[in-house]
Design a protein around this ligand. Structure first.
Ligand code: NAG
Ligand code: NAG
Ligand code: NAG
Ligand code: NAG
Ligand code: NAG
Ligand code: NAG
Ligand code: NAG
Ligand code: NAG
Ligand code: NAG
Ligand code: NAG
Ligand code: NAG
Length: 559
């Protein structure tokens, strides 16, 4: 009856839970009417269905009176007739996502009292009418994201006193008026990200006393006055990333004392003042990366006594006050990479005993004596430090011996200092090298990843290539038909590696000095090998000589 190539009919019977679900893909209204045995059906999924005039007729689901969950998605629905949902008295979950609906209505004579979740995301809604959701008094989850909503009528969420999660992200809202969320006493998660919000009126969240998570990222907000007045005292997660904030109001967060995560990244903040973060005693993670910070007041971060993750990367910081982190003893992860720090005060990290990650890459640091002044109680075995792409010329290596990892590549190492310290094999936790792709004739067309270090000896930039000679020896030369003298051949190959360089910016790369360094290193290694071989040869020869002498003696004795 329903056997059509494009029609997929799945009838699943779940014996254990006595629910029956039906999924129709690529169906039409006739086929929907033809579905028999609907009295026990609890879940109905209609995807990609072509209904008459892209409309849902009145009381079309009247027969499905046991339905708990109804999904009608990707079906180009333009509208639902006024009583289309009539009869779905037990319905708990309704999704009309990915259609073309432009109007919200009750769609039922009686309230859908059981409905707890309604998803109208990815439609064409432009405005939400007043009292639009009145017939769904028990909604807990309402997803209106990815529409074109510009405007909400006052009281549009009237009577939704059970609503917990409201998604309005990816719409065209420019303003949050004080009346919008009025009366949503149980609201705990509100998604307003990806709109065009310029203003949030002062009392907007006044009655949302249970709000835990507020997403405002990707908007055009220039100030946070609404936070100061409303006092979202139970807010835990606040995302303000990608807005237009240029400054933080004094004591602007002072009432958000349960806040644990604050994301202020990708704004235009120029400074953090001594009173910017007052009250944020529970804050655990703060992100102020990708701003224009040039100045941080000495005690700006002091109120953050519980913070363990601090991100200040991608700013314009040139210095940090010595006592900046003295109130933040719980800090574990610090990211200050991509700034313009030329030095770090030795006392800055002195009190941080929980530190496990410190990222200072891509700054202008020219010395790192502060590494010797870390907290005595710090577990160095668990500490990872990134100092790559700075201006370091030398380091006290013995102070780094017990760290889990230290990245040191791309600095201005003093060549003679470096060579001196590379002669003793440095611990594997220290990484000076970066990898260079290199073409090699050993394995035609295949890129060898060779590790190398840049250094600077006053007049010239040099590069040291680290070649693991033992690894090189294992590479058999291609097309070698010379089995007889293989040993000497391998030696030959290793001594004169036929390398060709791929395109590498020549200003950073002095290939002649590389070859020289490389040859020097290899020559040194093979000098040792040769010496060993000669020693063995000589021993062999003297042994043979002795045998001959012994024989001669024997002959003499016989004679
Ligand atoms: C619905 O689909 C069935 C089977 O594909 C077809 O026989 C019937 O004509 C269709 N009805 C309409 C109204 O398109
Ligand atoms: C209707 O479903 C019930 C159980 O779900 C089953 O016992 C019965 O045979 C079905 N009837 C038809 C006509 O499919
Ligand atoms: C969506 O609805 C609008 C009217 O609300 C209509 O103009 C448009 O053609 C519809 N789009 C599709 C794909 O049906
Ligand atoms: C709508 O939001 C809810 C969570 O609030 C989510 O579970 C659901 O997947 C969203 N709908 C779509 C189509 O993404
Ligand atoms: C609001 O919801 C209550 C039940 O929570 C209901 O009794 C009342 O009729 C609803 N108000 C309106 C205007 O629908
Ligand atoms: C804030 O939102 C951005 C998306 O713009 C996301 O990448 C980031 O992870 C969010 N921050 C937090 C702390 O969840
Ligand atoms: C913050 O700094 C200003 C001067 O810039 C000073 O007047 C004020 O007392 C300081 N506030 C606190 C809490 O330290
Ligand atoms: C900011 O940092 C937090 C951790 O503190 C992280 O979860 C979030 O993804 C970061 N935000 C962006 C935009 O990367
Ligand atoms: C290098 O560091 C070690 C251990 O931190 C310290 O004992 C030594 O004095 C330092 N050497 C110099 C030259 O600073
Ligand atoms: C490099 O270090 C050596 C001592 O190890 C020092 O004599 C020399 O001046 C340094 N060179 C530069 C360019 O700093
Ligand atoms: C050496 O390299 C640095 C960058 O790594 C560059 O700024 C400097 O001009 C180079 N000096 C010479 C002499 O090539």
């Amino acid at each position: 009856m329903l056997a059509k190539p494009l029609l997929l009919l799945l009838l699943l019977y779940c014996a254990a839970c006595h629910t029956q679900s039906l999924q129709l893909i690529n169906c039409n209204a006739t086929q929907l009417q033809a579905v028999r045995n609907v009295t026990s059906l609890t879940t109905l999924r209609l995807h990609n269905c072509r209904l008459e005039q892209q409309q849902l007729k009145n009381a079309i689901f009247l027969r499905f009176n046991q339905l708990l969950s109804l999904e009608l998605e990707h079906s180009q629905l333009n509208s639902l007739e006024d009583y289309a949902l009539h009869g779905l008295a037990r319905l708990q979950h309704l999704s009309l996502a990915n259609n073309n609906l432009s109007l919200i209505k009750a769609w039922s004579e009686q309230p859908l009292a059981a409905l707890t979740s309604l998803d109208i995301s990815f439609n064409a809604l432009i405005r939400l009418p007043a009292h639009g959701f009145e017939q769904y008094p028990n909604l807990q989850l309402l997803n209106l994201s990815h529409n074109r909503i510009e405007h909400l009528e006052p009281d549009c969420f009237h009577n939704l006193s059970h609503l917990k999660h409201l998604q309005l992200h990816n719409n065209h809202l420019q303003l949050i008026a004080a009346s919008y969320f009025h009366g949503l006493h149980r609201l705990s998660g509100l998604g307003l990200q990806h709109n065009q919000l310029k203003q949030v009126e002062a009392a907007s969240f006044e009655s949302n006393t249970h709000l835990r998570s507020l997403h405002l990222e990707q908007n055009l907000l220039a100030d946070l006055k609404f936070l100061k007045d409303a006092g979202l005292t139970r807010l835990v997660h606040l995302n303000l990333s990608r807005n237009s904030l240029e400054q933080l109001q004094p004591s602007g967060f002072s009432k958000n004392f349960e806040l644990q995560a604050l994301d202020l990244s990708y704004n235009k903040l120029k400074e953090l003042q001594n009173n910017s973060f007052i009250g944020l005693e529970s804050l655990e993670r703060i992100n102020v990366s990708h701003n224009s910070l040039e100045h941080i007041a000495v005690d700006a971060l002091h109120p953050l006594s519980a913070v363990f993750q601090l991100d200040l990367s991608y700013n314009r910081l040139k210095t940090l006050p010595e006592n900046l982190l003295h109130g933040n003893r719980q800090l574990k992860h610090i990211d200050i990479s991509n700034n313009q720090l030329s030095q770090l005060h030795p006392g800055l990290l002195q009190q941080l005993t929980h530190l496990t990650q410190l990222n200072l890459a891509r700054n202008l640091l020219n010395e790192a004596s502060w590494l010797q002044r870390l907290a005595p109680g710090l577990n160095r075995l668990a500490l990872r430090v990134d100092l790559s792409s700075n201006r370091l010329q030398s380091l006290n290596l013995s102070s780094l011996l017990f760290f889990e990892q230290v990245q040191l590549s791309d600095n201005r190492w003093n060549c003679s200092w470096l060579v001196k310290h590379m002669l003793r094999t440095p611990p594997t936790a220290l990484n000076f090298a970066r990898s260079w792709p290199m073409l090699s004739a050993w394995s035609v067309q295949q890129l060898l990843n060779i590790r190398g270090i840049d250094c600077f000896d006053g007049q010239q930039n040099r590069s040291i290539v680290l070649l693991d000679v033992s690894a090189a020896r294992q590479q058999t030369p291609p097309d070698c038909d010379c089995k007889s003298s293989q040993e000497s051949n391998i030696e030959l190959y290793t001594l004169t590696p036929p390398l060709t360089w791929p395109r590498i910016r020549t200003d950073r790369f002095d290939s002649r000095s590389v070859i020289i360094w490389m040859l020097a290193a290899i020559a040194l290694a093979f000098a040792g090998l040769r010496w060993g071989q000669r020693y063995m040869d000589r021993k062999e020869r003297s042994k043979k000589l002795k045998e001959i002498q012994d024989k001669q003696q024997l002959i003499r004795v016989e004679a």
